[in-house]
Design a protein. Structure first.
Length: 156
């Protein structure tokens, strides 16, 4: 059986004003793995920390969660996330894109509630779980799109 090909990793950021959830894809590009949550100190330190993660994991791209409103409209927080993504674009050697994160915090809180862990531990884990869900949705969409393209090519 052939060994699965390694894929460049994806780094995901769930931007927040107090904390940023961070996750990276596994070497096969199949699953999302949460990293330590970044406690916001100042923009310069945040950017340097993310630059260090890019050096460590060599991702092919960075995705930043875009907290759009329920109907897909821009929000004050989505504008802040977009501004942060723009700062990253100017500093990183890889593409940076915004990814719709609607529902990830709700999903993360549901998963944590159902896990039965204490409220304090849920609060501490929420950012990591939310960004992991964000990145997993990106990976799943990318896999779906790739399979769809292969299917169409096979039919031609």
């Amino acid at each position: 059986m052939p060994t699965p090909a390694l894929r460049p990793r994806i780094l995901a950021i769930d931007f927040g004003t107090r904390r940023m959830g961070l996750a990276v894809s596994d070497p096969l590009g199949i699953t999302a793995q949460g990293l330590e949550t970044l406690e916001h100190t100042n923009a310069q330190n945040d950017l340097q920390h993310i630059e260090q993660l890019v050096r460590e994991y060599s991702p092919e791209r960075v995705i930043v969660g875009n907290p759009l409103g329920a109907t897909g409209n821009e929000t004050a927080m989505s504008r802040r996330a977009a501004a942060f993504a723009e700062k990253l674009r100017r500093r990183l050697p890889c593409p940076v894109e915004l990814w719709d994160e609607r529902g990830t915090s709700v999903d993360a809180n549901r998963v944590l509630r159902e896990s039965g862990i204490s409220i304090l531990k849920r609060r501490l884990a929420a950012d990591r779980v939310a960004v992991t869900i964000l990145l997993q949705s990106y990976l799943d969409r990318r896999a779906f799109d790739a399979a769809h393209i292969q299917q169409n090519e096979a039919q031609e």
